[in-house]
Design a protein around this ligand. Sequence first.
Ligand SMILES: Nc1ncnc2c1ncn2[C@@H]1O[C@H](COP(=O)(O)OP(=O)(O)OP(=O)(O)O)[C@@H](O)[C@H]1O
Ligand SMILES: [Mg+2]
Length: 335
Amino acid sequence: MTYRYSDGSTPVGLDVGTSRIVAAWPDETDYVYRSELNSFVALPGSKFTESVLRKENVPHTVRANEILVQGNESERFADLLGAESRRPMARGFLNPDEPESLTMIGELLRSLLGTASHARQKLFFSIPAAPAGAADTLTFHEATLRQMLSELGYDAKSVSEGLAVVYSELEGSNYTGIGISIGGGLCNVCMSYLAVPVISFSVPKAGDYIDASAAAVTNDMATRVRLIKESSFLFGGVQPEKTHQVIAVYYDDLIQSLVGAMKDVFTKSKSLPRLGRPIPLVISGGSTMPLGFRERFERAMQVAEFPVPISEIRLAGNPLTATAKGALIAALSEM
Ligand SMILES: Nc1ncnc2c1ncn2[C@@H]1O[C@H](COP(=O)(O)OP(=O)(O)OP(=O)(O)O)[C@@H](O)[C@H]1O
Ligand SMILES: [Mg+2]
């Protein structure tokens, strides 16, 4: 039976990703999700366009002489106009190079979540783990999102993305194991022992890196490479076109960087518990979607001789919603 507040509303789980923002709510038997692309594009100002967007319920913001279209429709408009879409976040964090970053995320959150209907409606949102050895942008990122969510009326707390994957996928091992999210901006890794995060870190390379690097080689737009990657890329066999070959090269580069960083961090860690038996590892996030990804990752782990014994390497039930689901499980556990 789902926990409901007196007005019928429920706690909320939120995945604030570089690529997509996903919200999760419980319903009677399962969870429901809504997502928006975390991007926007500027269109020339026009009363006529404005009225059409309003009629179609497309999230947008009207400015003096332009209209900013946010979320899922932004990618299509960018592709049609031959422009790159603009991104409020980069490599997992609020994007310091995008002046509209805060306004755009604020608007996306408002259109996705609405204002809290209950006075102390709980919401857990995902944050990345700090990148190994990088400057601290996490404090600002976390505080800013918490502030925006409190302004919408939510009682908001953060949960690290890797731990959210553990909450979502590792109930079977009592939340002992390794959860990894391979998203748009970065990879998040969390090793958990009985739901306690023991090692967490991030690697600032993921789907966006593949798109941008491949686009530079093929002299194409990153948005276009991304569309090709999402619709027709898979591992193994002969790649049908040059773009697919180049995507494969950068995908392998990403896997090498992730597995290399994991080996490095786990080898050096002093807090590595003596577990006595192999633990499961779950991979999640949009970049795990191409057919054959899991096998490729598993092979790289074997070749690298990863220092922690692993019982299985599994793909999350739904790689696109696992983080939001884990955040929701965190929120529900506090009821
Ligand atoms: N079917 C697919 N095939 C290949 N890549 C995909 C597919 N679907 C989504 N992606 C890629 O997954 C990435 C987005 O994944 P996800 O939504 O998990 O990231 P995010 O949570 O927004 O970002 P992050 O966690 O890095 O901040 C993008 O690079 C996107 O191109
Ligand atoms: Mg993510």
